[in-house]
Design a binder for this molecule. Sequence first.
Ligand code: TQI
Ligand code: ZN
Ligand code: ZN
Length: 488
Amino acid sequence: MLWLGLLVLLMPNVTALPLRTSSLPTMQPHAAPSEADLKFAQEYLQHFYGYRPERNKRSADPGENAGLTTGLCDKVQKMQRFFGLPPSGELTHETLAVMKRPRCGLSDVENFGDKIRWRKRTLSYRISGNQFPISASTVRKIFKSAWGLWSSVALIKFRMRNNRETDIVISFHNGDHSDGAPFDGKGGVLAHAFMPGPEIGGDVHFDADEDWSINSTGINLFAVAVHEFGHALGLPHSSDPGAIMYPSYNFSPNYELQLSYRDVKDIQLLYGVNPNLKNPPPRTPEKCDRDLSFDAVSELQQEVLFFKDRFMWRKHPKFDETRITMISSLWPDAVPPYLDAVYQNVENNLILFFKGHQYWVLRQMKVEESFPRNISDLGFPSRIKSVDAALHFRHEHYTLFFTGDECWRYNERLKMLEGSPMLIEQQWPGIPTPIDAAVFYDGFVHFFKGNLYYKYDSNSKRMVHTSYANELLECENKEDNETLTDRR
Ligand code: TQI
Ligand code: ZN
Ligand code: ZN
């Protein structure tokens, strides 16, 4: 709300600028501009195109024509390109006529559909102040890489400058800092940014009272900077829970911060696609996707949790909607994404997470000391490098681990039980191996493989049902289910 309010204040009567000026009479191209016109043009370019006469004087070749320095010529060309004039770099009558037409005061920003974006493709920023919560060089590095995330995917570049006249000013403030949006001390609002625009537009303020850090001990400055810089570039909040622009702080320090597919699409819509894009950004899984598969499935109290990448869905018997959340929003800093297996040990009130050769034990949301540990501690031979799934039987007091085409019976006190490993096909005939996930709930064993699940009667060990795995998440929109493509 604050942000929209400020936005309205910053943008009084914005009018659309015509891009073509073919209706203007074409004047003689080489007529020399008058003294007054030159002065007018210089002021115009200074105001709207960042032309700096002082800087140009310093670097100008003394032999060059006193009026049109190369810097001014560049700006004239830029302005001509924008208005669809031949980019000669000369102050033709036509060029001057366009300059003299009334226009709104907004220079470096433009309306783009219902959005606002910077018009230029290279933005300058300045880090203001000399008291920082972490060392100044670290702060510079953090901001540089936060801008770098956005410039790596879209056609926009950032340059740090130490002069006054930068597009974006980044600063730290305590409490009231006279922009109508005072900070609230530790906690609450961490930072805010102004939409692209002149003066305060694009500026980013951080609350100096926060416990800023570069790791997981406080508020991660890098994560917040990436989000705020998104606003400074014109991005609103996203409804995709995997997006950096999602309005919730659930950054996982166990996982390298990445823009999501949604963030990338949104910034590219404003500034165009950077052709040198490296890795494809991670997509947020969709519960209506018939091809959806799971990494792990587990019970947790009365709920069933379905894990996928950095996310999980929580299926609660009392809530009709199964909602997606970031794993790190429930267990901050505790568990890595892209898990292999998860199970809850109800008797001891533990939840165990498996990924690769490591496992973590959590008691009441907190990682037990000395974890992660190696899975060989559970009694697996060294040839077992990871587990596919874990199935816990609360009444029988044992857990079944699945690895390839084998399964292992394990008890917390007695460790690996006699007879392990057994062949899956002999224990649970009919399921394809290796499996992705397994869970015991509602009196049935559910195995997951690819986009299917297999429901077993745990006593007779007979398959009773098989269907799409995503069916268990109850996608409300059945039509979407058939024709799921990229939203938007
Ligand atoms: N600051 C809010 C934010 O940047 C300020 C804000 C902008 C806002 N637009 C708004 C507040 C619209 C209300 C409505 O979103 S913040 C996150 C989060 C904040 C929040 O300090 O609350 C991040 C800063 F929520 F996404 F984690 C950074 Cl990453
Ligand atoms: Zn502020
Ligand atoms: Zn925000």
